[in-house]
Design a protein around this ligand. Sequence first.
Ligand SMILES: [Zn+2]
Ligand SMILES: [Zn+2]
Length: 183
Amino acid sequence: MKLDLRPLLAGERLLEFDYELPLVCDPEDTSSFLYGVSFPSPMKVSGEITNTAGYMRMTLSMSVDYQAECARCLAPVCGCFTLDLEKTVATRDVLGDIDEDRLDDYAIIEDGFLDMDEPLREQIEMEFPVRFLCKEDCKGLCQRCGKDLNHGPCGCDKKEVDPRLEPLRALLERMKEEESSDN
Ligand SMILES: [Zn+2]
Ligand SMILES: [Zn+2]
């Protein structure tokens, strides 16, 4: 969506918007922040831009339903993600040589229009949670047999020592032996 800001630039005070933006994630792109997440319906975007004597301010909220996987047990997790934004809206020549890192606070008008979608997609990528849990205390899957431990213990032998802890166990054993030989 490109918002036509020419009426505001000509002195109008308010522009309201309300539209839908589809979010598409490339399922092949494992580096994407949205990898493994799907969006069954488009994101809803609504807000307004006010113009107070040439100073333009945008307030916006977006919401989208998502489906993801629990990071521990891989069960499906569904929810709704919402985000509110506020930005100052300005033309590039008003901003002049502003610092790159301050640009994030602005929405920049190009030739009378404001391109909404790409910045919003970037914002979603930045703010979207990277990890989901089906519940706070999800027990996850057994590392050995793969059973979902939320449904009860799997019966794998818990007394078996983790091989990474074996040197420590041997050390403790030796200390015990030395202690008893001292007496
Ligand atoms: Zn889980
Ligand atoms: Zn197991």
